[in-house]
Design a protein around this ligand. Sequence first.
Ligand code: NAD
Length: 453
Amino acid sequence: MEAIVQKQKQYFNNNTTRPLSFRIGQLKKLKSVLIRYEQELTKAISLDFQKGGFNTFLTEFTGLYVDLDKTIKKVGKWAKTRRVGNNMLNVPGSSLIIPEPLGVCLIIAAWNYPVNLTIAPAIGAIAGGNTIVLKPSELASHTSAVLAGMIRENFDPSFFTVVEGGIKETTELLEQKFDKIFFTGSVAVGKVVYQAAAKNLIPVTLELGGKSPLVVAPDANLKICIKRLVWGKFINAGQTCIAPDYVMVHKSIETPFLELLKKEITSSQFSLANQNYAQIISEKHFDRMMNLIPPEKIFTGGEYDRANRFLAPTVLINISPEDKVMEDEIFGPILPVLTYEDINSAVTFIKSKPKPLAFYVFSESSSLCKKLLNEISFGGGAVNDVLMHFSNDQLPFGGVGHSGMGNYHGEAGFRNFSHYKSVLHKPTWFEFPLKYYPYSNWKLAIIKRVIGL
Ligand code: NAD
């Protein structure tokens, strides 16, 4: 690991990655490589968790192609030195902000969208002029292997390389002196990464998870709400960091809400055979999921097939905050439905938990939406939709508090992998004499006047 990092440091220090032409060239190459490997990656994802091609294109590739095109087009603008205003104490002169690359970056990814979560941060890192060591998740092992081959065959390892493996390899990587660590994964491992980074004062981005709530107000457009909720919750079998984790529905509409929910789940025909669903990634995760389902609280679903790691979309009712399913992020196809009567008590409940990665509200009342957006702290979210904020590259994507720190996508990705160097540039033909010794009261009086006192 040390040799890999050393080699990249040397490559970086030779200034190879800094020119804009290099960055754009590598981004274009990444796009064409992705197009070439799309089939192979799709097949690997299907081997990892039986996800179909349409599903994979939608959730893995669409965002990457959009992000790549936008970044290729805009990186020249983002990377430009920006002149900002000067103050009286520094006239004449100019003040500049110069974006510069951070250096050798480590990207550690989760398994649930194994292509998107590895390549999307890499786009920001390349645009910023950095080198990359990528560590995909060992749980999506087929995809990890194809990614490793894809990068090895097309990129100079001094610039971009993949290290495969699990805890052992990641721990070893975390001992190296990177210039930046970008981590996507669980809160528990996020803490491990943060601590390891602190030893070398390495800046970190943590893209974590948490329990993302969805509030359904009495005036919500129920038909649309259910359609969007069922799509967003059960895509990838609920293994989505920003999937609604639990629903809080107003008591007055609980019955129609549940009936429509059941209908929509049935008509969506989620199954592994028709390729609109996914397996639970591992037996360990499958067993964890089964432990969260009290049979007497199943409203619909609950069917499973352990040998195939299949769990049907499962809605739980009569859920209280003390139920096990309300402790940690579910990260699977289980949807607990809670009710509320007073919106303020719902807000208090949500605020009693760690700040979520996403928050969703369905309501036709702009004042209610405004109130919730104002009072609840969360990474990102949507009004009358779920998940789709992820797809707009102009919305920085990331968490807050326990759901993470830092953000990326589009320009935010470039910023994430850049340092903004502040520089004051002064000519030598003029001198501001007042700051020099000997100090005196009249000099102080003039300085005070200059700064407006
Ligand atoms: P994880 O934390 O178990 O693993 C993430 C990465 O860390 C993997 O590459 C893994 O090899 C490595 N790792 C695991 N244990 C480690 C340890 N002890 N020391 C060092 N490295 C270790 O997470 P996961 O199961 O892959 O992903 C699920 C979690 O990720 C969920 O909490 C989900 O919400 C979150 N997630 C967040 C986002 C986001 O963008 N915020 C996206 C996807 C997933």
